[in-house]
Design a protein around this ligand. Structure first.
Ligand SMILES: CC(C)(COP(=O)(O)OP(=O)(O)OC[C@H]1O[C@@H](n2cnc3c(N)ncnc32)[C@H](O)[C@@H]1OP(=O)(O)O)[C@@H](O)C(=O)NCCC(=O)NCCS
Length: 215
C-alpha cells in the first residue's frame, strides 16, 4: 500500500450559511485539531461561528479530497469588517497604540474583508490546501483590503506565517494582546484585489509592486 501523502488538488466547496451551520460540528473539528485546542473548545465556538455566518459579506469554503469528498479537511471563512464589530474595535485600539494616525486608521478600517478563520487538518497540512482556500476566499472580494490576526510565532516560523507572507500580507500591528487572550497576536493585511498572477503554487509573487506597503 502506498504511504505517499495526497498531492492532487483538493475540492473546494463554497458553503451557504445554512450549509455552514448544518456542518458546524465537522468544521469545528478541523479548527480544534488544526489549532491543537483542547477538546470541547468547539462547543464554546459554535455559537460565535454561527452568528458570524449571518454577517454582511460572509463567505466560506470547505476543502475535501477527491477520493473522499464528504470529509472536510479544511475550512476558511470571513466577512466584511464593520466598526460595530469587536475585532474591528480591538484592532483600532492596537493601531492607535502603535502610533498610526487617525486618518490612516480610518482609511484602513473603512473598507476591508476580515479573514476570520483558515484551518487545515494537521495530517493534510503542507499540501497547498490552505493556499487554495485562501485564494478562493479572496479572489472575488470587492473590499479594498483584507485583514487578519494570527498568533505571534518566533521567527514567523510556521505554515500560517509563510502562507500569509507568500500572499503579500504586511504588518498592521505586531504583538497585540486582544482583550481576554494573553497571547500576543499580529494583525496583518494586504490590499485587494489579488494580483492576477497570485495563483496557487506560483512562486515568488508576494512582492509589493509599488513599494507602498500594506493597505
Ligand atoms: C495555516 C494553514 C491553514 C495553512 O494550510 P496548509 O495547507 O498547511 O498550507 P499551505 O497551503 O501553505 O501549504 C503549502 C506548503 O506545503 C508545501 N507544498 C507541498 N506540496 C505542495 C503543493 N502541491 N502545492 C503547494 N504547496 C505544496 C509548500 O511548500 C508549503 O510549505 P511551507 O508551509 O513549508 O512553506 C494550516 O497549516 C493550519 O491549519 N495551521 C494551523 C492553524 C492555523 O495556524 N491557522 C491560521 C490561524 S490564523
Amino acid at each position: 500500500m502506498s504511504t505517499e501523502p495526497h498531492r492532487g488538488p483538493a475540492i473546494l466547496t463554497e458553503l451557504s450559511p445554512a450549509d455552514f451551520r448544518a456542518r458546524l460540528p465537522e468544521l469545528l473539528a478541523v479548527y480544534v485539531a488544526a489549532m491543537r485546542y483542547p477538546r470541547g473548545t468547539e462547543y464554546h465556538r459554535a455559537p460565535m461561528w454561527s452568528e458570524h455566518s449571518a454577517r454582511s459579506g460572509w463567505q466560506a469554503f470547505a476543502a475535501s479530497l477527491p477520493e473522499d469528498p464528504d470529509t472536510v479537511v479544511g475550512v476558511a471563512y470571513g466577512y466584511r469588517g464593520d466598526s460595530r464589530q469587536w475585532w474591528n474595535q480591538q484592532v483600532r485600539t492596537g493601531m492607535r497604540h502603535s502610533g498610526r494616525s487617525p486618518e490612516a486608521i480610518d482609511r484602513i478600517l473603512a473598507d476591508y474583508f476580515e479573514l476570520t478563520e483558515l484551518h487545515v487538518r494537521p495530517d493534510m497540512q503542507g499540501r497547498g490546501i490552505g493556499e487554495l482556500l485562501l485564494h478562493a476566499l479572496l479572489r472575488d472580494r470587492t473590499e479594498a483590503a483584507v485583514l487578519l490576526s494570527t498568533p505571534e510565532v518566533a521567527g514567523e516560523d510556521n505554515r500560517a506565517w509563510r502562507l500569509y507572507r507568500r500572499f503579500g500580507f504586511q504588518d498592521i500591528v505586531r504583538r497585540f494582546v486582544f482583550t481576554g487572550d494573553a497571547r500576543p497576536f499580529a494583525v496583518l493585511g494586504r490590499r485587494l484585489p489579488l494580483e492576477p498572477d497570485l495563483l496557487p503554487h506560483s512562486p515568488g509573487t508576494n512582492d509589493d509592486p509599488d513599494g507602498s506597503g500594506a493597505p
